[in-house]
Write a protein that binds this ligand. Structure first.
Ligand code: AMP
Ligand code: MG
Length: 267
């Protein structure tokens, strides 16, 4: 169940067939929210252990179309975790300094250190998504990146990083209503960018680019999870289930206690 949205390296998916609607997967919103809140408490405990153990790391990659819910996921799912053990990095259009290096340079620096969780709000995948659709580099360049990304993620995995990649999948009509909402609410208008409308025009090209990402960059050590995200409550639950199950499987341990603690007296 916690891995029901995980892709397998041997399968080839067609993005049009991947569900965006979570309603059919859970029949009771109230109950889903209850389960989400309980799981989040567990996430907080597990993160504490990850930090205490101080050896392994977790990388959470979030990718989505605009208004897909990356920001909301971070706000809701990670609410209450110790900020000292979590680092969120948002990847924007590269700066001149970043462009003067290879595409993984800025990403590598943001990967989580031992004992911590790293959350990527967008990621190195933009380099085969927006960069491909907007033809920011020639095809001969972006075509080489899938394999480079797989190798990069393998390096992270072999260095003690568990990698969870989530594609927050929304329908085109759900994006329309979220954009309309953003335009209507004064507190949300700042989020709107004209660029978002241009990207919406290229929806099909983005879907093709995402399909290639899912099929070419799902590996045993770093699989993609395609989360139906038209309902935010289902999204929060599904992602938190996967996070908690993954951390449980890591069997995190407190470091050994110093000996002789029982005899100690604090004066
Ligand atoms: P937002 O996440 O809404 O703040 O927007 C960040 C913008 O940066 C998006 O339009 C991304 O497509 C863009 N972006 C992120 N990474 C890259 C990249 N490697 N090359 C070009 N644009 C990027
Ligand atoms: Mg935006």
């Amino acid at each position: 169940m916690p891995y029901r949205h995980r892709l397998s390296p041997s399968q080839t998916v067609s993005i049009a067939q991947l569900e965006t609607d979570g309603k059919d997967l859970h029949d009771d919103r109230k109950q889903a929210e209850q389960e989400f809140h309980e799981l989040r408490e567990r996430l907080i405990e597990l993160q504490y252990r990850l930090y205490a153990e101080g050896r392994r790391k977790l990388l959470v990659v979030l990718q989505a179309m605009d208004a897909g819910g990356k920001d909301g996921t971070i706000r809701h799912v990670f609410k209450g975790v110790n900020p000292q053990g979590v680092r969120v990095t948002a990847f924007k259009a590269p700066t001149p300094a970043e462009l003067a290096h290879d595409f993984l340079w800025r990403v590598h620096q943001a990967t989580p250190a031992s004992g911590t969780i790293g959350v990527f709000n967008r990621s190195h995948y933009e380099d085969v998504l927006v960069v491909r659709v907007e033809q920011l580099v020639p095809e001969s360049v972006w075509q080489t990146r899938y394999e480079r990304i797989n190798q990069f993620e393998r390096l992270l995995f072999e260095s003690g990083t568990t990698i969870l990649k989530f594609f927050l999948h929304i329908s085109k009509s759900e994006q329309k209503s979220r954009f309309e909402q953003r335009l209507k609410e004064p507190g949300k208008r700042w989020k709107f960018s004209i660029e978002d409308l241009n990207k919406r025009k290229d929806w099909d090209a983005y879907m093709t680019a995402y399909e290639d990402v899912l099929n070419r960059c799902t590996t045993e050590y770093a699989p993609w999870h395609v989360i139906p995200c038209d309902q935010k409550w289902y999204r929060n639950l599904a992602i938190t289930r996967t996070l908690v199950a993954t951390l449980e499987e890591m069997d995190l341990q407190y470091p050994p206690e110093p000996s002789g603690l029982d005899e100690l007296k604090v004066e």
